[in-house]
Design a protein around this ligand. Structure first.
Ligand code: AKB
Length: 318
């Protein structure tokens, strides 16, 4: 990776991936783009206002900067997708198809994240294998499976260097996620610091895979830098770091903030989505093929999240 374009850079992952990639590859070699200018990202390197559905504009940015690697992070998340399936399909698949075509035309490597949301139907929910039944029940999941298959198609048919991971719920403290089923595991930390209490939309006992942002960022770079000869899979790798149910993250927060309390007000849409997703992924293919290994667990992440969010709160930033 020498000249990188991030499409959808203003979101939860993009806002941190841009900074991380710039720290490795140099500020001027990482172009951030989104529908609207993000002042934080525009201050430290090139930024382009870009709608990924506008293919001539997208191609012009790739040509202007001589891009060789694209991170396509444009997506409506699972719960938002269920409110407007047509829009979710148009945006998620539109950005993907344009990214694939541009990667083919300009000979770029392409990373498009998949998700635990790609799973559904009758598959093993514990230690969910890399290759198994994938019959998702959400439009988000349908887009993710389509994306995995189309990306493999562009690799085998046209030789486009497509690579991807199935992200768990990503927990972070810079940009809030929006419209996801796993968002509760971010919100709980903010509410613990700001209000001392939290109402959880996911039912007790519902386990999902989660990952702290620093591990997610490392995974992106490690996979894109991996020796292609070692990759048996491409689209898309299971990666895992931790798996917990609401009562477990609640206990981790309460251990550090004894006055913190949590109640449940279960959102039926999110409950149905969460119940269709894995309890815990088997990520052995990622470990074997490109050396994936997480560094953060629920305890270390909780220490870090509470410290950073408390600092922001003390400064009046949240
Ligand atoms: C969501 O909850 O929709 C996302 C995801 C797991 O892909 N965070």
């Amino acid at each position: 990776m020498k000249k990188i374009l991030i499409v959808g850079a203003g979101g939860q992952i993009g806002s941190e991936l841009t900074v991380y990639l710039r720290s490795i590859y140099g500020n001027n070699n990482v172009v951030a783009s989104d529908m609207r200018v993000n002042p934080m990202l525009a201050e430290t390197g090139p930024f382009e206002e870009l709608n990924a559905l506008d293919i001539p504009a997208y191609a012009a940015v790739v040509a202007k900067y001589n891009i060789d690697t694209i991170f396509n992070l444009v997506a409506l998340l699972s719960a938002t997708g269920e409110r407007n399936p047509k829009m979710a399909w148009d945006i998620n698949i539109g950005a993907l198809v344009n990214s694939l075509e541009i990667a083919r035309r300009f000979n770029c490597a392409l990373f498009t994240p998949s998700s635990i949301g790609a799973f559904g139907g009758d598959y093993p929910k514990d230690n969910t294998p890399q290759d198994t039944v994938m019959r998702p029940t959400t439009v988000y999941g349908v887009c993710k499976v389509t994306g995995e298959m189309l990306s493999d198609y562009y690799f085998t048919r046209f030789g486009v260097d497509t690579r991807s991971v199935r992200f768990p719920g990503i927990i972070s403290n810079v940009t809030l996620p929006g419209g996801g089923t796993t968002d509760y595991a971010v919100e709980i930390y903010y509410e613990a610091i700001k209000a001392g209490k939290f109402t959880c939309p996911i039912p007790e006992g519902c386990k999902m895979d989660m990952m702290y942002m620093p591990d997610a960022l490392r995974a992106c770079v490690q996979l894109m830098e991996a020796d292609p000869a070692k990759l048996v899979h491409r689209n898309s790798f299971n990666i895992a770091a931790m798996s917990f149910a609401p009562e477990e993250i609640y206990a981790a927060v309460k251990k550090r903030l004894p006055d913190f309390s949590m109640t449940y007000d279960v959102d039926p849409v999110k409950e149905a989505i969460a119940n269709s997703w894995p309890n815990k992924l088997d990520d052995s293919c990622a470990r074997n093929e490109w050396g994936w290994k997480p560094e953060w667990d629920l305890e270390t992440m909780t220490d870090d999240m509470l410290k950073i969010i408390a600092e922001k709160h003390a400064k009046g930033l949240i």
